[in-house]
Ligand binder design. Structure first.
Ligand SMILES: [Zn+2]
Length: 228
């Protein structure tokens, strides 16, 4: 699963990620994107799913749809430079303590095999998909999940994949900046990886005012680089 539309990513986005001649912003973004990738670098695309990224999604992150083009430019740049791309996908059972219906914090979202759990149709899929939240676990980080009852943590395959590919540095983009992007970035730092979170390529839930600032501060304190 997950690599069906890998071919043509570069063509669709344009060889240098800028499909609109004269669009200085796109060109500049693409130039930055290119500089980030190469040997030992991986791109992690977090939860670009309909329930988060599409207007009308059950847990829509404000502005989530605005980052689709920028995320695709990163995917194209990474692919062109030979950097692997990994995608996380929140993938819950219909009933889980993660949901408010069972005492959890969130409205039901990304229920497996539903349109809300599918990737936003605009996002290029060009790499392995790593599902999290499967079997009712809380899955914020791409690296690990937590049993909501026992609190026991277990690892996804992401850490193994990065180690096997001699990845020393990751770029983390997607949704949401104060939850899954944050937890993934912190876990990556804990694993000794160099981590970049370009702030233009994420959006924040901001359940409580100031969550965005606090999340960015936590990332910076952990040594995550957060260019605009
Ligand atoms: Zn979830």
């Amino acid at each position: 699963m997950g690599s069906s539309s890998a071919e043509g990513a570069a063509e669709r986005t344009g060889a240098h990620g800028a499909s609109r001649p004269g669009d200085l912003a796109a060109t500049t973004t693409a130039a930055h994107a290119h500089a980030r990738y190469g040997p030992g670098v991986a791109l992690l695309v977090i939860d670009m799913q309909n329930d988060f990224a599409a207007a009308g999604g059950s847990l829509h992150v404000d502005g989530g749809e605005e980052i689709v083009d920028g995320v695709n430019a990163e995917i194209a740049a990474a692919t062109e430079a030979g950097s692997p791309v990994y995608y996380t996908q929140d993938w819950h059972p219909p009933s889980t303590p993660h949901f408010v219906t069972e005492g959890g914090p969130w409205p039901p979202h990304c229920v497996r095999d539903t349109p809300g759990a599918a990737f936003h149709p605009g996002v290029t899929i060009a790499g392995e998909v790593i599902r999290k939240g499967v079997d009712g676990a809380d899955g914020y980080s791409g690296f690990s999940v937590r049993d909501p009852q026992s609190g026991a943590r277990s690892s996804t395959v992401l850490g193994e994949r990065l180690a096997a590919g001699s990845v020393a540095s990751v770029v983390v983009v997607g949704l949401a900046g104060d939850y899954c992007v944050l937890e993934t970035a912190l876990d990556a730092r804990a694993q000794g990886l160099d981590v970049v979170v370009p702030l233009a390529l994420t959006r924040f839930v901001e359940r409580t005012e100031g969550d965005r600032e606090r999340a960015v501060a936590r990332m910076r304190e952990a040594g995550v680089r957060t260019p605009s």
